[in-house]
Ligand binder design. Structure first.
Ligand SMILES: Nc1nc2c([nH]c(=O)n2[C@H]2C[C@H](O)[C@@H](COP(=O)(O)OP(=O)(O)OP(=O)(O)O)O2)c(=O)[nH]1
Ligand SMILES: [Mg+2]
Length: 131
């Protein structure tokens, strides 16, 4: 099985809230909350994919980002490589462009949301570093 390469953004606003989006029910890991992002295409860098996906999915224009962490995870039905960037420098107003629910949450509220299993190390690192 080919590993799917995904660019993911931990988007943090000036009030230190983090943007979450709900995956549509029919998708892989549907119904769970995610950090916005999507597949890196063949001719793209992770940063280019992140910029494109965040505009397409949540209407935000990334100005700069920094590497947060990478996670390789095997779901029973899919293998993913998540390249996660921290995005604190962006412009625009967040919108669920694809009709998905979005929410800005405080770090303390993250525990109330259900994430894909691959995201557990991300949440641990957020608690350590951004808390
Ligand atoms: N965006 C994102 N994807 C995640 C997270 N955690 C996690 O396991 N994934 C997985 C779910 C999917 O298998 C994959 C993302 O692929 P996707 O289908 O959303 O990709 P995409 O946005 O390019 O969508 P598409 O247009 O190709 O359908 O990564 C996360 O926090 N954010
Ligand atoms: Mg996506």
């Amino acid at each position: 099985m080919k590993r799917v390469h995904v660019a993911v953004g931990i988007i943090v606003n000036s009030q230190q809230q983090i943007l979450l989006a709900k995956r549509h029910g029919h998708l892989h890991q549907g119904g769970k909350w995610e950090f916005p992002g999507g597949k890196v295409e063949a001719d793209e860098t992770v940063t280019q994919a992140l910029i494109r996906e965040l505009k397409e999915e949540v209407n935000l224009s990334v100005v700069s980002s920094s590497v947060f962490m990478s996670i390789s995870h095997d779901y029973p039905d899919k293998q993913v490589l998540l390249d996660i960037h921290l995005v604190q420098d962006f412009s625009g107003e967040a919108i669920g462009v694809e009709g998905q629910q979005i929410v800005w949450v405080n770090q303390a509220q993250l525990k109330d949301y259900e994430f894909p299993e691959a995201n557990l190390p991300i949440l641990e690192k957020i608690y350590q570093e951004l808390g």
